[in-house]
Design a protein around this ligand. Structure first.
Ligand code: UDP
Ligand code: MG
Length: 325
C-alpha cells in the first residue's frame, strides 16, 4: 500500500519567538509518523513567510538547509493569514496527497494530526479540526468568537462551530479550492462550499507558545466583518427593514403630533425635531456605508488582482538559486 504524502502548511508572520520550537515539534511529529509508517517519507512541512519584518525567513531558510522535511516559501510582502495559507497550499499540492494547515504558534494540538490523517485514509477529503475547549483563550476572545459564529449562523452562513484554520484537505479538495477566484478568501466559509465527504477531529486549544497574537482586536473585527459581508447579503436587507420600520414610526409620530395640534398643545418642537433628524441621518449613513461596503467588494473583485506574490519557493527552486535573506 502506498503511504500518503503529507504536507503541513504553516503561515508565519513575525514568528521568530516561536518558530524554533514549532519547527522542532512539527519535524519530530513528521519523523515519527514516517517511522510508524503512517505517512510517506516524502512528507514535508512548508513554512510560508508572509512578508515578516523580523528574522522569520532567515530561520526558515536555515532550517531548510539542515532538516530535509522543512521547506520554505517567501511571499513578496504581507498578504494576510488566509492568503499565506492559500499560497502554501497551492505551492505544495502537486507534491502532496493531503495537506494540513496549522498556525505557527502551535495553539492547535499537533497530536490531532494523526487522527486527521487516519480520517483521510478512511476516505474523507476534508477533516476539520474543532476546538472542544477554549479555556486558554481570554474571556473576551471566547465571547466575541462565540458571538461571531452565532451571528454567521443566523445570517445563513454554514460555518463549522469552533473550527478555525486547522484542517486537512486532500489534493483533490485543494484543486477545487483553486477554482474559487474571489479575492476575499474567507477559508472557513469557503472550504465547506467545496463539499465532498468531511469529518471533524476534536482537540483542546493551547495557549500561544510565545510571541504575540497577530490578530489584534482591530484586525479581528475587520476579519469578522469581511467574513460576514463576503458571505451574506442579509445585512443589506436588514438596512432595508430598518428603513421601513423607521418610516412607519415617523408616520405614527406624525399622527401623534397632529392629534396634539388638534387639542391645542402646539408648543411641540425642538426635542422631537432634533431627535428625528439625528435618527434618520444616522440610519441613512449606516445604510449608505453598508451599500458602499458591498460596492467596494464588487470593485475589488472586478480588478482580479493576484492575492499574493511568491518571492522565493524553496520547494520548486534549484538549490543554486535559493536565497537566504
Ligand atoms: N499570520 C499570517 N499573516 C498575517 C497575520 C497572521 O501569516 O498577516 C499567521 C500567524 O503567523 C499565525 C496565524 O496566522 O501562524 C494565526 O495568527 P495568530 O496566532 O496571531 O492569531 P490568533 O490565534 O491570535 O487568532
Ligand atoms: Mg494563534
Amino acid at each position: 500500500m502506498n503511504l500518503p504524502i503529507l504536507s503541513i502548511i504553516v503561515p508565519c508572520y513575525n514568528e521568530q519567538e516561536v518558530l524554533a520550537e514549532t519547527m522542532e515539534q512539527l519535524a519530530t511529529k513528521v519523523e515519527q509518523m514516517i517511522h510508524e509508517n503512517i505517512v510517506s517519507k516524502n512528507s514535508k512541512i512548508l513554512f510560508v513567510d508572509d512578508g515578516s519584518i523580523d528574522n522569520t525567513w532567515k530561520l526558515i531558510y536555515k532550517a531548510s538547509l539542515s532538516n530535509e522535511f522543512i521547506k520554505g516559501l517567501k511571499l513578496s510582502k504581507n498578504a494576510g493569514h488566509q492568503n499565506a495559507l492559500l499560497a502554501g497550499l497551492f505551492a505544495a499540492k502537486n507534491s502532496s496527497d493531503c495537506l494540513i494547515s496549522i498556525d505557527a504558534d502551535l495553539q492547535d494540538d499537533i497530536d490531532a494530526i494523526n487522527e486527521m490523517v487516519r480520517k483521510y485514509m478512511e476516505g474523507y477529503e476534508i477533516v476539520y479540526g474543532v476546538r472542544s475547549s477554549r479555556e486558554s483563550d481570554t474571556f473576551f476572545k471566547r465571547f466575541t468568537a462565540e458571538g461571531f459564529y452565532k451571528l454567521m449562523d443566523k445570517l445563513g452562513v454554514k460555518l463549522i462551530f469552533n473550527h478555525a484554520d486547522f484542517r486537512l484537505m486532500s489534493r483533490r479538495a485543494v484543486n477545487e479550492l483553486e477554482q474559487f477566484a474571489e479575492c476575499n478568501m474567507f477559508l472557513r466559509g469557503i472550504v465547506p462550499l467545496i463539499g465532498f465527504n468531511s469529518a471533524n477531529v476534536y482537540y483542546d486549544r493551547n495557549e500561544r507558545l510565545a510571541g504575540e497574537t497577530k490578530y489584534p482586536l482591530k484586525k479581528m473585527l475587520a476579519f469578522a466583518f469581511d467574513g460576514i459581508t463576503s458571505f451574506s447579503v442579509t445585512p443589506i436587507r436588514l438596512v432595508l427593514l430598518v428603513g421601513f420600520l423607521s418610516f412607519m414610526i415617523s408616520l405614527l409620530f406624525g399622527i401623534y403630533f397632529l392629534i396634539l395640534k388638534f387639542f391645542g398643545k402646539t408648543e411641540l418642537g425642538w426635542t422631537s425635531l432634533i431627535t428625528s433628524i439625528w435618527l434618520i441621518g444616522g440610519l441613512q449613513l449606516i445604510a449608505i456605508g453598508l451599500v458602499g461596503e458591498y460596492i467596494g467588494k464588487i470593485y475589488k473583485e472586478t480588478k482580479r488582482r493576484p492575492k499574493y506574490i511568491v518571492d522565493v519557493d524553496l520547494l520548486n527552486l534549484p538549490i543554486s538559486k535559493k536565497i537566504g535573506n
